[in-house]
Design a protein around this ligand. Structure first.
Ligand SMILES: NC(=O)c1ccc[n+]([C@@H]2O[C@H](COP(=O)([O-])OP(=O)(O)OC[C@H]3O[C@@H](n4cnc5c(N)ncnc54)[C@H](O)[C@@H]3O)[C@@H](O)[C@H]2O)c1
Length: 467
């Protein structure tokens, strides 16, 4: 179906601002666009049929639901539980958190009364639990994942997989030794729009792709993790010592507990929070599942200079096999978060749940610019000879193609559904421990380069970042 820009905006309920952002101007309003609404995912379809989640009929091949527990029911843990309600193949049978209100919020998010505890290890002891969703702060991923694997559980661990290269390596080794299913939590890897992009990339239709660009820009205090501190936050409601188990000891500090992304003891700043989504998307679409050989970062801390450890502007250039990847994250400007694949035949832009492919004009053209220095006679002779050598009428580039996910599409539900399927079938997941580890190492390289003011190279022999 060929539509014009206006039709496409109406069909997908996207705004003109979003639409113009799609291709950074690649699709001008008024241009003809071949628009395709992608088929809903399995999770979404199942939800329609069964009503989904805790009350759903279940769609597994055996009819048995995966029994999972959720460790960490803060912002993301609650979102995961709400998304899991759309997935009829799993049932949450318990949660754990260090903060009293988050324990209650977790129950609310799942919507059905379930046991909840401060000590996650009591959940791992349960024999009726198949799998664990880990949504604690990044620096605690290693401990919780290793404990879950030691208890024989399969693991869905939030992104970025690791807080350090050593943490990631320990997790890869443990998952492999324990023969567990492990999925990292960059949900875009299961997104139907990303799957379409991967299909287009693999088809070779973009031609040679040697440059991929991505950014993640937002300008609100929330986007810079200046989250409000809940009024009841205190050492009485928060297990502060439990939080600090893998971090330097310090007096109770609510800002550090709720805004942990700002501090190097617990998070990795914009690289671990936001680059990881771009990098996972790029890995999944391009099929490049590797650590970059080099990374070079620059940036600054200006707008949100509130005592945090990380820059609010970070720009990094990566060398991946055959491809340069150029990322930035700017917390001072809301330019959105597109990923752009520059091919010799077409440019592909993915932005949110929309994908645009704009063919390049690659038809042969007679030289124009440098003929300005030629005499009229020499110019005419050149043009006559050129047209004689190129008798075919000029071709025009193909139509712009656009793909979008249906309204209300939730890739986190798909990502969870993929994990449950793997737990049941023991089949491999795309975003396994190696994929997740590679994406996380690239985040650590970005920070290494920024803080050491040097190019960060990857030494594959010692599995370490070097300056
Ligand atoms: N995939 C995504 O789009 C996405 C979005 C947001 C966050 N995340 C990731 O999810 C994870 C959690 O982030 P968040 O925003 O929910 O942080 P948060 O601070 O809101 O929640 C983390 C929760 O973990 C709990 N916790 C910490 N240590 C624990 C322990 N030992 N036992 C039990 N509970 C413990 C804390 O009490 C807290 O409630 C992080 O790794 C983050 O990077 C992913």
């Amino acid at each position: 179906m060929t539509l014009h820009a206006e039709d496409l905006m109406n069909m997908h309920s996207i705004t003109r601002r979003d639409f113009v952002r799609l291709g950074a101007g690649a699709v001008a309003a008024g241009a003809a666009v071949k628009a395709t609404l992608l088929e809903p995912s399995t999770a979404m379809a199942a939800q329609t049929v069964t009503g989904g989640g805790a009350g759903g009929a279940g769609e597994s091949t055996t009819g048995r639901k995966i029994r999972f527990v959720s460790i960490g029911t803060g912002i993301r843990g609650c979102d995961l539980l709400r998304a899991a309600r759309q997935v009829p193949t799993g049932v949450c049978v318990g949660t754990a958190d260090l903060y009293e209100m988050h324990r209650r919020a977790g129950k609310e998010a799942w919507g059905v009364e379930i046991p909840t505890t401060r000590d996650y290890r009591t959940l791992l002891d349960r024999k009726d639990v198949d799998a664990v969703i880990v949504a604690v702060a990044d620096f605690q991923h290693r401990r919780v994942v290793l404990d879950a694997v030691a208890a024989g559980k399969d693991v869905y661990c939030e992104k970025p997989m690791s807080h350090s290269v050593a943490d990631g390596q320990a997790m890869v080794e443990a998952v492999r030794a324990g023969k567990r299913i492990f999925q990292a939590g960059s949900q875009r890897v299961s997104n139907i729009v990303y799957k379409k992009a991967a299909e287009i990339y693999a088809s070779g239709r973009l031609g040679e792709v040697h440059l991929i660009e991505g950014h993640s820009d937002r300008n609100t205090p929330s986007g810079a993790w200046v989250y409000p501190i809940p009024p009841d936050a205190s050492p009485e409601t928060i297990d502060w010592e439990g939080f600090l188990r893998d971090a330097p000891s310090r007096p109770f500090d609510a800002a550090r507990f709720f805004r942990w992304r700002c501090f190097a003891d617990y998070g990795e700043g914009v690289a671990g929070d936001l680059f990881v989504h771009l990098l996972s998307g790029i890995q999944c679409i391009s099929g490049i599942n590797a650590v970059p050989s080099r990374a070079y970062s620059t940036g600054s801390l200006t707008h949100f200079n509130d005592g945090r450890d990380f820059p609010d502007l970070l720009a990094t250039l990566y060398d991946y096999p055959g491809v340069t990847v150029n990322l930035h994250c700017n917390q001072n400007n809301a330019a959105g978060e597109p990923i752009i694949f520059y091919g010799s035949e077409a440019t592909m832009v993915i932005n949110g749940n929309t994908l645009t492919v704009t063919p390049q004009d690659t038809s042969p053209q007679p030289e124009g610019y440098s003929l300005n220095g030629w005499t009229a006679a020499a110019k005419q002779q050149y043009l006559d000879e050129w047209h004689a050598a190129h008798p075919a009428p000029p071709t025009t580039p193909g139509e712009v193609e656009s793909y979008a996910a249906p309204q209300g599409y939730n890739d986190t539900a798909d990502h969870i559904a993929n994990f449950f399927r793997a737990v049941e079938t023991r089949e491999h997941v795309v975003e396994d421990e190696v994929f997740g580890n590679n994406a996380a190492i690239a985040c650590h390289q970005a920070n290494y380069s920024y803080f050491h003011r040097t190019v960060a190279t990857w030494d594959a022999a010692t599995k370490t970042i070097k300056g």
